[in-house]
Structure formats: structure tokens, C-alpha cells
Design a protein around this ligand. Structure first.
Ligand SMILES: O=c1nc2n(C[C@H](O)[C@H](O)[C@H](O)CO)c3cc(O)ccc3cc-2c(=O)[nH]1
Ligand SMILES: C[C@H]1O[C@@H](n2cnc3c(N)ncnc32)[C@H](O)[C@@H]1O
Ligand code: MET
Ligand code: SF4
Length: 316
């Protein structure tokens, strides 16, 4: 019997690395003012060469960004740039998936018109992290992030969320966070996948956190599989799991997706992805077939605007 595991051939665009939050584990952010924003001209250059070069197999453009404070005068400029980059990616035949932190209802509704799915990691719901790793990260207030998941449901946006592991939480916290995701999904049915993301040390982060103990990952996958309904796919990032044994154990425990695979993991640049050929060499002897997918799962196609829907159907 062939068992399949999916991934999304992706490329990541970063509108800006500047961020008003300072999560202790972050290897991505730059200080506001110290990073130039990506111009539309630059975005076009990158996407066009992707089209002409290696890229016809790339379908997803992941828009991943640092954040400007919701009440800062530059917020609307920041948002407009993100919107325009999505629009550009669409016009060149790609499918955008945006994850740029919490957004207002108006911002979400507007991005829905130019994204086939969107995402925001819940991280963990325990408020005690606001005194530790998230002490300088107002965007990581659990209430704020839960509201975002609700809003996405209300607006009918196919959504990706997940938990970040190894940031000072306990196993009971894993249950509590997963239960909240299950609860919100039971109301709206919009969660397409949940990422189980181990926190990994990088060269730029500020704190001396321990990374997540990876041998525990299959156990967390098993727990998530028990707590979430079967239509919600479990995703693990293969470049962060370190060994083929742990990767295969996660699949045995119920993970079925490896997420976006792009030339550079912008969040964890110190952990390059294995080539898809290398991944196949690990997966196939164990009976797993690696299959590409789109950033929106097929059952959500009817949720998309006619324009987005026909673009998705043309690609698939
Ligand atoms: O390459 C990465 N892709 C990340 N992605 C991309 C993700 O794997 C794909 O975009 C989705 O599976 C949709 O196809 C995220 C997407 C989200 O919605 C939320 C968080 C992440 C986190 C990462 C990440 O750390 N690295
Ligand atoms: C985009 C997502 O990336 C995750 N993220 C941020 N920093 C790290 C790290 N060092 N290791 C793993 N994941 C990280 C957070 O969960 C964020 O929401
Ligand atoms: C590197 S994190 C990028 C997305 C956003 N800033 C968040 O943390 O949710
Ligand atoms: S993880 Fe996201 S919110 Fe936190 S500092 Fe990094 S870019 Fe900002």
C-alpha cells in the first residue's frame, strides 16, 4: 500500500524583516528603521526570474513579514505593500499564502481577495509566556491570536495555524493549545492544517533558550492526531527534525505534510531543506510517496472568489 505525504513547492517573499515585537527565539527580525522594505519592482524581478528559471513547478508564494504596530502611522503603507505583493504574485500565476502576524478584520477581508489561504501560528495559549519569551511581543497575546483564528473562520478563509514547541511550555500547555484550535475549527471548519513547529536555535536570536527536544516530536504529533479531527492535516517542517528516524516516526504518528519547501527557510535560515530527491530517498524505502500540493486544500476551492478559484483550477 502506498502512503502519501505532501509538500508545497514554495518561494518566500519577505516584505520587511523589521518588527516591533521581539520574540526571544526569533532569528528573522531586524530593528525598525534598519531594514529597507521590499519594493514592488524588486518583487517583480524576483518573481519573474522564478517563472523563467527553476520555477514552473513552484506554485506557492509565502508572504512572511515582520510587523508594524497597528497604531503606527506607517501601518497602512506596510499593509498596502503586502497587498500589492500578493496581487503581483497572482498576476504572474502564483498562489499567495500570507502570514504576517495579527491583522484587523478589514485587513483580513481585503487580503482574502488576493490569497488562496492564510496563516498565523497560535504559538501557545498559556499567558505565562508573556512574562518570558514573549515579554516584548504584544502580538503574541494568546487572546489576540485566538481572535485571529475566529476572524479567519468568520470570513471564510482557509487557514493554517500551529503550535511552537520548546519555548518554555509544558505538555499540559500542548493539550490546552491544541484544544483551542479544535474548538475554533469545530465552529467554522476552516483550519486546513496544523503545524507542529519545534523551536530551533539560530545564530541571531537573543536568548539562550534550549531548542525543543526533538525525540519528543512524534509524541506531540500523536497527541495532536488524537485531539484534532481527521480532516485537519498535521504538518511538520522536515528541515527542523534533524534525523530521518524522527521524520519517519512523526509520519507513523500521523503527520502527513511537510509544508512549504523553498530554497531558503527564512525563519530558520541555519537549517537548509533537504533536496526533494534526498527526501524521497528517506521516504520511499519506508513506503511513503512524496506528492506536491497547492497552498489551498481542494475542499476549500468553493470558498474562493470565482477569480481565485479559476486560477487554482487552472494550476491543478
Ligand atoms: O518555510 C517555512 N514555511 C512556513 N510556513 C509555510 C507553510 O509551510 C505553507 O505556506 C503552508 O503549508 C501553506 O501551503 C508557515 C505558514 C503559516 O501559515 C504559518 C507558519 C509558517 C511557518 C513557516 C516556516 O517557519 N518556514
Ligand atoms: C512564522 C512562525 O515561525 C515560528 N518561529 C519563529 N522563530 C522560530 C525558531 N527559532 N524556530 C522555529 N520556529 C520559529 C513562529 O511560530 C512564527 O509564528
Ligand atoms: C518570523 S515570524 C513571521 C510572522 C509573524 N511576525 C508572526 O510571528 O506571527
Ligand atoms: S517571531 Fe514574528 S513577531 Fe516575533 S519578533 Fe520574529 S518576526 Fe516579529
Amino acid at each position: 500500500m502506498v502512503k502519501t505525504v505532501t509538500y508545497s513547492p514554495a518561494y518566500t517573499l519577505v516584505p520587511t524583516y523589521e518588527c516591533f515585537n521581539r520574540c526571544d527565539y526569533c532569528n528573522f527580525r531586524r530593528e525598525p528603521g534598519e531594514d529597507e522594505w521590499m519594493s514592488l519592482a524588486r518583487g517583480r524581478e524576483i518573481l519573474q526570474s522564478l517563472r523563467e528559471g527553476v520555477g514552473p513547478q513552484v506554485t506557492e508564494i509565502l508572504i512572511l513579514s515582520g510587523e508594524v504596530h497597528p497604531r503606527h502611522p506607517r501601518r497602512s503603507l506596510w499593509f498596502q505593500r503586502i497587498f500589492n505583493l500578493c496581487q503581483l504574485a497572482l498576476s504572474l500565476g502564483f498562489l499567495p499564502h500570507t502570514n504576517v502576524g495579527p491583522l484587523s478584520e478589514e485587513e483580513m477581508a481585503s487580503l482574502k481577495t488576493v490569497n488562496v489561504s492564510m496563516g498565523l501560528m497560535l504559538e501557545q495559549v498559556t499567558p505565562k509566556l508573556l512574562e518570558t519569551v514573549h515579554r516584548h511581543a504584544p502580538s503574541k497575546q494568546p487572546e489576540r491570536r485566538l481572535l485571529q483564528l475566529e476572524l479567519a473562520g468568520k470570513l471564510g478563509i482557509p487557514f493554517t495555524t500551529g503550535v511552537l514547541l520548546g519555548i518554555g511550555e509544558t505538555p499540559l500547555d500542548w493539550c490546552n493549545s491544541l484544544r483551542e484550535i479544535a474548538r475554533i475549527h469545530s465552529r467554522w471548519g476552516h483550519i486546513q492544517e496544523v503545524i507542529l513547529q519545534p523551536q530551533r536555535l539560530g545564530q541571531r536570536q537573543e536568548s539562550q533558550l534550549q531548542g525543543f527536544e526533538l525525540t519528543q516530536l512524534p509524541e506531540v504529533v500523536g497527541l495532536a492526531r488524537e485531539m484534532l479531527p481527521s480532516e485537519v492535516t498535521l504538518q511538520i517542517p522536515p528541515n527542523l527534525v534533524e534525523t530521518p528516524e524522527i521524520l519517519l516516526a512523526c509520519l507513523e504518528a500521523g503527520a502527513r505534510d511537510l509544508g512549504g519547501i523553498s530554497p531558503r527557510d527564512e525563519v530558520n535560515p541555519d537549517y537548509p531543506h533537504w533536496q526533494s530527491q534526498r527526501l524521497r530517498e528517506i521516504l520511499e524505502p519506508a513506503g511513503w510517496q512524496l506528492c506536491p500540493r497547492l497552498p489551498v486544500y481542494p475542499r476549500f476551492n468553493p470558498w474562493l472568489s470565482p477569480k481565485l478559484r479559476s486560477q487554482v483550477e487552472a494550476i491543478s
